[in-house]
Design a protein around this ligand. Sequence first.
Ligand code: ADP
Ligand code: MG
Length: 709
Amino acid sequence: MGEESDKVIPVRVAVRLRPLNTKELREGCQECIEITNDSPQVVVTGTDKAFTYDYAYPADSSQGYVYETAVKNVVKNLFKGYNVTVLAYGQTGTGKTHTMGTTYTRDDDVEPGIIPRAVKDIFDGVAEQNECEYMVKVSFIELYKENLFDLLNNRSRDECSVDIREDPKCGIKIVGLTEIPVTSLEETMRCLEHGAMNRATGATAMNAHSSRSHAIFSLHIQQRNSKKDESIVCSKFHLVDLAGSERAKKTGATGVRFKEGVNINKGLLALGNVIAALCEEGGRGHIPYRDSKLTRLLQDSLGGNSHTVMVACVSPADSNLEETLSTLRYADRARKIKNKPIINRDPQAAELARLRQQLLQLQVQLLASGTSDGKGQAAPSNTEVSALLSRNKAMEEEIEQLARALQSAIDENTNMAEKALMAEMSRDRMKVKLEELLAQTGNTYEALNKTLDVTVNPQYEDQLNLVKELQTKIVELQSEQHRGEKAMMDLEISRHSTTTNTQDALPTDTIKMEDGNTEDVNTSNEESPEKETKQFGTEFTLRQAKLNEELQGLNKALAMKEELMSKMSVNDAQFVVMKSKYEKEKRDMEAHIDHLSKEKDELMQQLKVVSTGAAGNKLSEQRRKRVQELESEISGLKQKQKEQQKLLRMKEQSEAKVNKLNSEIQVAKLKQADRQKQYKIVKWKAFTPNSRMYSERKMEEAVALTKDL
Ligand code: ADP
Ligand code: MG
């Protein structure tokens, strides 16, 4: 038969003759159709007309025989993934429903038709298969007056109306059609019964109704090969019980009835046209599938992707000869239809299966490489990847921090260099000034010493001493400046050697850390694990930056305090001179007052003595006058003394202030020195004379890590 391969396969046609019914017998009809056993030929008695089909069944052929010979083998194609259609065609009352078994009831004595037999075979086949998993769904539709009804939907008839949609991928689709999953013959038959009941209520009513409507019972079979390749194959099995093929004029119908007849014929007419078109030119011309819903629904079954069997039912009575001939011709033409059935593989499911397979392979590979003890190319696991990612992120953050620290260090460096330059300049100016001052004070001292004789003018002795002190102070300052310059020079030399040969310049002795850790700086890089060194590097570079900032703040505060101090010191210097001068004056004054008081007392004594004698009157007058002079002088001097004391108090207050500032500066300087020490330690410890180099190394590491990822 050739159904094994995806070849062009014609529609197989069987003609089935039924016995004369009681009405025909009563009417005395004669049999005019002859079918001889074991020959697929139909002969019209009394004419030379003979038709040959794939199968021809005489009136006494059993339901089982028809199924076994014409349908059973075709049904097997469903398991290969092909679509299968069995359709019954013929005049009303010729046995279409009987042959298809559409009105199956469990307690029927009548032999079951094609549907129950085919369904039984399908589930038997499913049970036999152990390679695949099956999913079977049923649907049942009726086409009446070009309207589609879902017979398995339990709602009212108006609500059961469904529509055909054409999907470019899946072909014809019925929107919202009820599809009931079934797992057994019984379940499926219950659906069939249920649907048949929905066609019309009552046996006679249903018969009248069914003669004017098409019924399509369908099974959708999906098989998944779970053992082999997870491939999915779908097939559709349509069992079509067509409406009566008799022409409208024969039924004598008019009005509504006539319209129904036309409608019946619309589907059947279109079906006839489709069959005719498929027969002409091998079906390569235009096929009018779209002319009716029936032909659209049967598009795959006729000239398409399906193994199709048509059972043409005929009455043997001569009264029906015209209709019978029409059916026979129709069936003959249908034989010429060439179908091209193909296995319906689900493309999406196939792709999915392929990907699943691939995934499985990769998982196996991964597993194999994971247990290979690091030999060969081990694929990184999820945790490894996430660990690498987080490490990469941490490193990026570190780089950012380092870059910031580097920038602040560079800023600070520029700042410092500027300051150093300015300091050097002011130092040079100071040097010149000091030399000038020294020369000046020397000259002054010489000049004063020559012009003033201390023994003659003892009040100038202190002034001279002051100038001398000033001179020695200037010399002290000069030597201090020299020391500063030398220290600077030393620093410059050591710095130079540090940058040219870092390793040699580094202290080889251990540095006592703040937290008490003693570590050998020189060996830490080689001996401690690389990771630790890196962490230390970052930590110290950052600490260095922080200390730098602190140092800057301290420097600023110190500069402010020192400025204030210098202002105070100017006053101070003036006061020192003033104080010594006033102290001396005070002593002089005191002595003077003493002297004057004595003189006054003496005079008073003399006056007392003299007052008794008149001779001393003139002298007494002179003495009294002198006493008065002395008294006013003493009071003047005392006033002066008071003022001086006031000034001294002021001076003392200012001195206290200066002392306070001085101690503050001392504290600040100590702090600064401490920070500088720490800064230096950190600098050594960080082991990064060039933080840029360190940053670059970090960057390279990060780049390498990103590449790995
Ligand atoms: P259709 O569906 O074509 O209108 P039915 O299947 O309803 O015709 O058949 C009409 C009557 O003829 C039914 O009572 C049925 O039992 C009977 N009949 C049809 N074909 C056969 C047959 N091959 N053997 C015996 N009775 C038959
Ligand atoms: Mg019928």
